[in-house]
Ligand binder design. Structure first.
Ligand code: SF4
Length: 77
């Protein structure tokens, strides 16, 4: 899965949401998140993010803390 991290906080862009083929972005408290079970790992959103906030869970920036926050916020809705 891909994970939204720190740089997204208070970011006002939604370019990622527009390109995601499976609509798996959700709105968290002050950032967007990716639903880890819905993301199909296409990677299309990564270059679209102007804040460089999206990482693959294989990358060190996608820590356990961010992973669980993405899951937590996307299950709220
Ligand atoms: Fe959506 Fe693809 Fe980004 Fe996953 S990697 S959030 S499926 S655009």
């Amino acid at each position: 899965t891909y994970v939204v991290t720190e740089n997204c906080i208070k970011c006002k862009y939604t370019d990622c949401v527009e390109v995601c083929p499976v609509d798996c972005f959700y709105e968290g408290e002050n950032m967007l998140v990716i639903h880890p079970d819905e993301c199909i790992d296409c990677g299309v959103c990564v270059p679209e993010c102007p804040a460089n906030a999206i990482f693959s869970d294989a990358e060190p920036q996608a820590t356990e803390a961010w992973l669980s926050l993405n899951r937590q916020y996307s299950d709220v809705w």
